[in-house]
Design a protein around this ligand. Structure first.
Ligand SMILES: [Zn+2]
Length: 143
């Protein structure tokens, strides 16, 4: 059961994730993510190229470069470089996770996901559901 207070917090964190997505240099789609644990934001991410690479995410044909990391992958791997961890945490992400990120989310011990936009492919959501991860969709109009 999600309390009204939790619902209000979920909307605020998701709005923050949306603002964070503005850091992305990607032209096709900007995605932002926050990882929250014990009422603390312990990591953040947005879609982009690996550290030290050029910022541009698309090739000369306008296609997303293969080495671009998704927002969730950036947030999870940032934690791998820190002393904190995502066990039992909540992931706030503006677009629903793809299958590659879903695998990372499961293995990272994240227990809940809140998102506001559905990615065209839903195989990520399918395996998250299979893993028993709680998922909350909040429509953009309710943010
Ligand atoms: Zn992904």
């Amino acid at each position: 059961m999600i309390t009204d207070k939790q619902k209000a917090l979920d909307r605020r964190y998701l709005r923050m994730a949306k603002i964070w997505s503005e850091n992305s240099y990607c032209q096709r789609r900007q995605v932002g993510a926050l990882i929250v644990k014990d009422k603390m934001i312990i990591s953040d991410g947005y879609n982009g190229t690996p550290s030290g690479f050029e910022n541009c995410c698309e090739d000369e044909n306008g296609l997303t470069k293969l080495y671009v990391l998704h927002a969730e992958a950036n947030a999870i791997t940032k934690l791998a470089c820190s002393s904190n961890n995502s066990l039992g945490a909540t992931l706030y992400v503006t677009t629903s996770p793809c299958i590659e990120c879903a695998k990372l989310i499961i293995q990272a011990g994240i227990k809940r996901i809140v998102y506001c936009e559905k990615y065209r492919l839903t195989d990520g959501l399918d395996i998250l559901e299979r893993a028993g991860i709680e998922m909350q969709y909040i429509d953009k109009s309710e943010l």
